[in-house]
Design a protein. Structure first.
Length: 270
């Protein structure tokens, strides 16, 4: 790998490390030379994929800890663990978030009946939690006057979910992606700019990475509909995400801050 994208000797923190995209970010960072302090909420079991990464890279390069992104005390303790076990982080990947794919829905809601609590939890985790993690782990970066924060947003930070992608799914009421999901990710992009402007004088860069349409167990009809809407004609695979992350995390983007890098195969170009 070119030294331009090298993270050799760096320490990275990844939240939501046991979720769908967590192992993707973790593996990319490890392969670039970083040690990774992986965080997820208490009670989430380590996945086989995460176990494979630990076996490949060893406990001296990959540590797993638990904290709720909405709980500052648990985050402070995780920060102390990170510094003791791996060192002061210089990369933070704010990946923790709640999504609501159709398979996760026990039953749908009509738009006017979506419970407030559903939206509240999404906003608390995806937006407020991201900000809280940034405060706790960004503090050391500011003091050290170096670092890169990558906030994982979404294609839906900029556009509304197309309900026609889901209208083949048998559900009464029809499945709707909760409105707070896209709203929370739009807030992530705005908070990215906020943090970027405040921390730029201290040598810390903050950017958003917005993946769109990542392949991961969707039914065939959904995939067909979605791919028909993408200029590149396919969904994203995990390998499509590693490069954009390493660009933002490494010195390759040394003059890039406050921006949103959309990785969507051209979906939002139409």
């Amino acid at each position: 790998m070119s030294t331009l994208f090298s993270l050799e000797g760096e320490v990275a923190v990844v939240t939501g490390a046991l979720g769908k995209l967590g192992p993707v970010w973790t593996e990319a960072l490890l392969q670039a030379g970083a040690s990774v302090f992986a965080l997820d909420r208490p009670g989430v079991p380590a996945t086989p994929l995460f176990g494979e990464l630990q076996a490949r890279f060893g406990n001296d390069r990959l540590q797993l800890a638990y904290a709720d992104v909405r709980d500052r005390d648990s985050l402070e303790e995780a920060s102390r663990q990170c510094e003791q076990q791996l060192g002061l982080p210089s990369v933070l990947v704010n990946n923790a978030g709640i999504d609501s794919p159709p398979a996760a829905a026990d039953s749908g809601h009509r738009l006017e009946d979506i419970p407030l609590e559903v939206n509240r939890e999404i906003l608390e985790v995806n937006t407020l939690g991201m900000f809280l993690v940034s405060q706790v782990f960004g503090r050391g970066m500011v003091a050290a006057r170096r670092g890169s924060v990558v906030n994982v947003a979404s294609l839906y930070a900029g556009v509304s979910p197309d309900a026609r992608f889901y209208d083949h799914i048998e559900s009464d009421p029809p499945f709707l992606k909760p409105p707070a999901y896209g709203a929370s990710k739009a807030a992530v992009v705005n908070l990215t700019r906020y943090l970027a402007t405040h921390w730029a004088p201290h040598g810390v860069r903050v950017n958003a990475l917005s993946p769109g349409g990542v392949l991961g167990g969707q039914d065939e009809t959904f995939r067909r509909k979605f791919c028909a809407r993408v200029p590149m004609g396919r969904m994203a695979e995990s390998g499509d995400l590693a490069g954009p992350l390493l660009f933002l995390a490494s010195g390759a983007s040394s003059y890039v801050t406050g921006t949103e890098l959309v990785v969507d195969g051209g979906f939002t170009a139409w």
